[in-house]
Design a protein around this ligand. Sequence first.
Ligand SMILES: [Zn+2]
Length: 362
Amino acid sequence: MVTGIVYDDIYLQHRIGTHVESHERLIAIMEFLKEKNLLDDKDYLLIKPRKATLDQIKYAHEESLINEVKEVSELAESTGHTQSLDMDTLVSGKTYEAGLYSVGGNLEAIDKIMSGELKNVFALVRPPGHHSNSYKCAGFCIFNNIAIGAEYLFREKGLERVAIIDWDCHHGNGTQDIFYEGSKTGEVTFFSSHQDGRTLYPGSGFINEIGKGKGKGKIINFPMPPGSAEDVIMNFFDEIVDPTLSEFKPEFILISAGFDTHWTDRLTNMGWTYQGPARYLDKIKSIAKKYADNRILITLEGGYEIDKQAKAVYNCLKVLNDDGENLIEEKLRRSDPDLLNYVDNKLIPKLKENLSNYWNCF
Ligand SMILES: [Zn+2]
């Protein structure tokens, strides 16, 4: 079956100067996919996004945030100068428009997966979303694409249980905030694995942040020590993600995919290879196969070494289309034994203990 790729040039129009979250990221990915002839392969289909409606943006955001993005975009357009929403979140004249299409790319993808037209989709969208909460844009993010996707599945597709897995190197604090007390319209289990917040923006995502009220136990954070290679995430999957999702039985899996865990990334201090995310995805696919009729949508978040990111995205596309045998691989890196020992014998057991009142598996 066919894997979809969402892309449109509108995503390049969120153009914010020399900022690391640059339009060049998407250009590099698309050029690499062309170079590998992936876009001519009958197993892949390039699909165009649509514009999300304002009512759909409101599934996750307050009207004041939407108005602010619109007004600041208009100011950038009229002055011809980039404007800012906070210290590191910049806006161009086309950011508002690109944001609507970024959310709409996810919604179009969900439609095509739910109808059975596509097996799964990778949405190559900008601006990213996982640091934006209901009322504030932050961390290079505008609208929270993944959170709106989850609400869309509940409100317009009638699903009841959705898992969100965020493997960006930064804590998905915006998504966490939005679902901290659960969703009014469905059940969300949110996993964020990220570099320990004591050493990286946004400084949150610790194992005692487990949700509140209806959402209690359904926010699951995995703060990885700096230097962690992808062996750490495989253990997190086996010990935490697999048992909880086997109990939760998600009907759809949404992935916030950042590629800034790569060992060369300029913003972070991790040890993943460019095949690491694809290997993690391969494990996640087993859950989607068992419970979710294979339904997976991946949405692009961060990743700042654009050549490495392009390879990592290509690898994920291969895994999505059941071709995980043919990845582009670099030499596997391993975490320091002391670091692995801490993760396996301290961090994971403590996380299980914190979650034990909410999951039968622990
Ligand atoms: Zn990131």
